[in-house]
Write a protein that binds this ligand. Structure first.
Ligand code: ATR
Length: 282
C-alpha cells in the first residue's frame, strides 16, 4: 500500500485525490492520496508525522512552495533554479525537494499540442513561481522568452536570477501585450487572473486577441486548472489559436510525482483519458 498527501491551504477544491486514484488504477496498485489543510505553524510537524507514518512523499501547494525549502535535506537542480518545491520524496533520513510543475508544463505543451524548439518565441504573462517553472524548461530548450509583469521590479528580479540573454522583461500593458504577442509562437498565462470564481476576466482583452495576426499558428497556454478552460483560452480558441489547459499541466505533474513516489513510470498517453475523467468529476 502506498500513501501520499497534498499539503497547502486551502486545499478543499483540489482534484488530486481523484487523479491519483485514477493513476493507481492504471498502475494496478493500492494507493491513497489525501489532501490536508495545513496551518502555517503546523507545516513541519505534519511533514514529520507523514514521513514517520511511511508516506512516500507529499505535494506542496500554495502558500508553502517557497518556504518548504527550509525543511528538506536535498533540493533537485531544477527546484533550486526555479526557487520553488512542489514535491517531496521521503527517503530514509533524507527529504528530497523537487519541482515537477516545470516538467508538467512542458509535457502538457509538447504532448498535447506540439514539440517545441529554439525556433519558438515565448511570451510569459506573470513573473511568480508558476512563470519561473515554465521559463526554466523553455530556456533549457534555448527558447527566447519575454516576460510581462504588472510589477516590473519582480520581472527584473526574475531576469537577474536566470542570467541569460534569451530572457527579456517589460511591464504589462495592452500595448506591450499586443506587440509581443504578435511576435510570439507561444503565449503562457501564469497569473491567477481568470481563476475560479473570477472566470469572466482575462489578461488579454477580447479586442486585442482578435487583432493578433496569424493567431492560428500560435499556442495559448494557461496554467490555471480551474476552470479547465479559462476565458483567456476560450477567447484564443474562438480566434483560431491552438490552446492547452493548465489541467494537463497538473495531470503530467502528478504522473511525475507518482513516478518519484512509486518508481512506476506511467505512459504519458493516458493524459487525455485522465483529462476527460477529471472534467466529468469536477
Ligand atoms: P504563483 O506562484 O502561482 O506564480 P505568485 O508567485 O503569487 O503565484 O505570482 C502571481 C503572479 O500573478 C505575479 O506575476 C502577479 O503579478 P505581480 O508580481 O505584479 O503581483 C500576477 N498577478 C496576480 N494578479 C494579477 C492581476 N490582477 N493583474 C496582473 N497580474 C497579476
Amino acid at each position: 500500500m502506498y500513501y501520499s498527501a497534498l499539503l497547502g491551504s486551502p486545499v478543499d477544491h483540489s482534484v488530486s485525490p481523484i487523479l491519483f486514484s485514477l493513476l493507481a488504477r492504471i498502475a494496478g496498485i493500492e494507493y491513497a492520496h489525501i489532501k490536508i489543510d495545513t496551518p502555517d505553524k503546523k507545516l513541519h510537524e505534519y511533514l514529520t508525522e507523514l514521513s514517520n507514518l511511511g508516506f512516500r512523499g507529499v505535494n506542496i501547494t500554495i502558500p508553502y512552495k517557497l518556504r518548504v525549502g527550509e525543511y528538506v535535506n536535498t533540493v533537485s537542480a531544477e527546484a533550486e533554479k526555479i526557487g520553488a518545491i512542489n514535491t517531496i520524496v521521503f527517503e530514509p533520513n533524507n527529504w528530497v525537494g523537487y519541482n515537477t510543475d516545470a516538467i508538467g508544463a512542458l509535457y502538457a505543451l509538447e504532448k498535447q499540442v506540439r514539440p517545441l524548439s529554439n525556433a519558438d518565441h515565448a511570451l510569459i504573462l506573470g513573473a511568480g513561481g508558476a512563470a519561473r517553472a515554465i521559463i526554466y524548461e523553455l530556456l533549457k530548450k534555448d527558447i527566447s522568452c519575454v516576460v510581462l509583469n504588472r510589477t516590473l521590479e519582480r520581472a527584473q528580479k526574475l531576469k537577474s536570477d536566470f542570467k541569460t540573454q534569451l530572457l527579456m522583461v517589460d511591464e504589462l500593458s495592452d500595448n506591450a501585450l499586443f506587440s509581443y504577442a504578435r511576435d510570439a509562437s507561444l503565449i503562457c498565462q501564469t497569473t491567477s487572473v481568470g481563476m475560479e470564481p473570477n472566470t469572466q476576466i482575462s489578461l488579454i482583452k477580447h479586442e486585442i486577441m482578435q487583432r493578433i495576426p496569424e493567431i492560428e499558428n500560435k499556442i495559448f497556454f494557461d496554467m490555471i486548472l480551474n476552470p479547465a478552460k479559462t476565458k483567456f483560452l476560450l477567447d484564443a480558441e474562438n480566434s483560431g489559436a491552438q490552446t492547452c489547459s493548465g489541467l494537463y499541466m497538473m495531470i503530467y505533474q502528478c504522473i511525475e510525482a507518482f513516478n518519484l513516489w512509486t518508481g512506476i513510470d506511467l505512459s504519458k498517453s493516458c493524459a487525455t483519458e485522465l483529462y476527460d475523467e477529471l472534467i466529468n468529476q469536477m
